[in-house]
Design a protein around this ligand. Structure first.
Ligand SMILES: [Zn+2]
Ligand SMILES: [Zn+2]
Length: 53
């Protein structure tokens, strides 16, 4: 079984604490790992290019 990957750092989401939400621009599901959440690393939607904190 494959893990989803963080949309910011591309790390596999194998640990607890990650989150997912819909891209404000296009509704694509964005995944973020715990590390990127805590460090507020920006994400970029691969579909529409939306960037957010
Ligand atoms: Zn990450
Ligand atoms: Zn998008």
């Amino acid at each position: 079984m494959a893990f989803e990957k963080c949309s910011s750092c591309n790390a596999p989401l194998s640990e607890e604490g990650w989150t997912k939400f819909e891209c404000p621009g296009c509704g694509t599901i964005i995944y973020r790992c715990q590390r990127c959440r805590h460090q507020s690393i920006p994400y970029e939607c691969k579909k529409c290019g939306f960037r957010g904190p």
